[in-house]
Design a protein around this ligand. Structure first.
Ligand SMILES: Cc1cc2nc3c(=O)[nH]c(=O)nc-3n(C[C@H](O)[C@H](O)[C@H](O)COP(=O)(O)OP(=O)(O)OC[C@H]3O[C@@H](n4cnc5c(N)ncnc54)[C@H](O)[C@@H]3O)c2cc1C
Ligand code: SF4
Length: 328
């Protein structure tokens, strides 16, 4: 048995100080991901600083948008009336993830920072560069059905697992972070990183930086947004691929469009090339398929993962055509 020191932080500043000053310390949110990793020996902190009960558990309407506290539970966020009306992609993404019990426990920050479900990462008997840098990547020559098709590296082909993060990427969320040097804001798109030579680093956060909130801005596109997820079972399964899409039409012309993909890469993949091709033109299925194909031109697939290209194209077309029909 391994001994752990448990500390319940009473303020964000106290939590930051406790973790920043101690390389053995780690934050604990709802614990639905971290405790699995503790049990498996994937992560071995000696101090857990519980931030799930900090007064960061409210959703504040700022007039121009929402400020979502880091400790807001996934169920509460999914059910929030303004999230449902003005940011439906977020509500749908949350409800597409995990189970009711897990969503009741999981926090906004913990959800963003959950780690990959790569089967080799979760099996400490196999080589994995993310778990043990320099040990190799078992997934490259192994079971490849869940592998990334965009932005992978020779060191790691894992995908990011969060549904919520994909929706937040399409909604241009800003992540508010408190560190030893003070507060900073990070576009959600820049929170997670591609693996490169350092797959052990999931994000651009420094040790000790605490997520305190996520901010969303209201927009016509955010209001007309959706989330679609393809998976092996109808519930309680991670995405094979997913799409968060947001659309604003001006007559027949696309005034604003946002597309983010899940199950495609080591981070939520914002399909900027596809968005640029669609903006200012009409919205129809063939144009969406062509734009998605252009975005996926750089896709690198293996025999087990090539289905993801067709699936990403298909669900993106379906999501955007449905949104356009709903608005016209
Ligand atoms: C059976 C099962 C099925 C699931 N299915 C899905 C699914 O389909 N889709 C999906 O998206 N998710 C799914 N999940 C994952 C689930 O959404 C995550 O486990 C959950 O969101 C993590 O939140 P948490 O608060 O429990 O995080 P924790 O486990 O407490 O923490 C996760 C990480 O975040 C860090 N952390 C926590 N709070 C902060 C903070 N404020 N600042 C900085 N770092 C912090 C912790 O140190 C840790 O590294 C599933 C989980 C399980 C167990
Ligand atoms: S894909 Fe990444 S997480 Fe999976 S085994 Fe390879 S290095 Fe580890």
């Amino acid at each position: 048995m391994k001994e752990l020191t448990y500390v319940r932080a009473t303020s964000a500043a106290e939590a930051v100080e406790a973790v920043t000053d101690d390389p053995r310390a780690q934050y604990l949110g709802g614990g639905t991901n971290l405790t699995d990793h503790l049990k498996l020996g994937i992560t071995t902190p000696e101090v857990l600083v519980d931030v799930s009960r900090l007064p960061l558990d409210t959703v504040e309407d700022t007039g121009t948008g929402l400020r979502i506290g880091a400790a807001v539970r996934n169920s509460d966020l999914a059910a929030h009336p303004v999230v449902r009306s003005d940011f439906p992609a977020l509500s749908r993404a949350l409800l597409a993830g995990a189970s009711g019990q897990i969503r009741n426990q999981a926090t906004t920050a913990g959800n963003l920072l959950q780690r990959t479900r790569c089967v080799y990462f979760q099996d400490p008997t196999t080589p994995c560069n993310k778990r043990e840098p320099g040990s190799g990547c078992s997934a490259i020559e192994g079971y490849g059905r869940y592998n990334a098709v965009l932005g992978a590296s020779e060191a790691c082909v894992a995908v990011h697992p969060s549904d919520m993060a994909v929706a937040m990427s399409a909604l241009d969320a800003q992540v508010v972070v408190l560190g030893a040097e003070g507060e900073r804001r990070i576009p959600l798109e820049d929170l997670h990183r591609l693996p490169g030579h350092h797959p052990e680093r999931d994000t651009t956060l420094a040790h000790g930086e605490l997520i305190t909130a996520v901010e969303l801005s209201r927009s016509g596109a955010a209001r007309t947004s959706t989330y679609e997820k393809a998976r092996d079972r109808a519930s309680y399964a991670f995405a094979l691929v997913s799409v968060a899409a947001a659309l604003e039409l001006d007559g027949d012309r696309v005034a604003d469009v946002r597309i983010a993909w899940g199950g495609a890469a080591h981070k939520p993949w914002r399909a900027r090339t596809a968005e640029d091709l669609l903006r200012d033109g009409p919205l129809d299925e063939q144009r969406v398929r062509d734009a998605a194909a252009e975005e996926l031109r750089a896709a690198a697939t293996g025999p087990d993962s090539d289905y993801k290209v067709a699936m990403l194209t298909g669900i993106t077309a379906r999501a955007l055509v449905r949104l356009s029909e709903a608005t016209s």
